[in-house]
Design a protein around this ligand. Sequence first.
Ligand SMILES: C[S@@+](CC[C@H](N)C(=O)[O-])C[C@H]1O[C@@H](n2cnc3c(N)ncnc32)[C@H](O)[C@@H]1O
Length: 222
Amino acid sequence: MDNNASGTGSSSFYSRLLARLYDPFMNGMERQELHERRKALLSNCQGTIPEVGAGTGANLPLYPAGTTILAAEPSPHMIQKATENLQSETVQANLEWIRAGVGDNELDERVQEGSLDAVVATLVLCTVDKSKEAIDRFYQWLKPCGQLIVLEHIKAKSSVGGFLQNMATPVWKYLAEGCHLNRPTDAMLKESGFILIEEEYFSKGVPFYQTIAQKPKDSLNG
Ligand SMILES: C[S@@+](CC[C@H](N)C(=O)[O-])C[C@H]1O[C@@H](n2cnc3c(N)ncnc32)[C@H](O)[C@@H]1O
């Protein structure tokens, strides 16, 4: 899997700039909607949890005490920004950064297949190069009844919305380091073998989806 965080071959300067612009860009949406949703999704997490694409660290203060978070992030600029952000936050979890993305050996080596209680992927399946492969990998990592927690913007259900997203995605993808506006992540998860024990659609200018997806109890490979 190509883990160039940009997917665009963008320069280090541009990546650094985006890492600085990301929080101001997301600030309104975070305050109005996403922060509360993150809190609710993460409040019952336990054990050792890889958070893939941890970005500027929006989730990291929200994990309960006693959890160990493997914060996997391929962009050193995002890690730098997260580290700065966390200086003014209380982080209850044990935190370990891994500078790697989904599919990188550094991450796979830290995770034993069928061993995990949870995997967290928020606003990252829009960006990883092969999101179906990433979902399959998360499935392999989880133990039976383990949970994949996802919060994501998705492809619109309306044909007009979908058309507009298809038009905008090539430019947006270039500007936003590989982010696709038109990924049907919800549909991919429904076809992935997970049981979606909670799911919710909501809209914040663009359509969003959140789910807690559970690996079946009797799954064979866990
Ligand atoms: C839109 S940001 C989301 C950050 C954070 N998860 C959040 O909820 O705010 C997407 C992040 O995914 C990272 N990323 C890109 N490709 C990745 C990959 N293959 N594996 C893991 N993370 C990746 C980017 O560097 C970026 O920090």
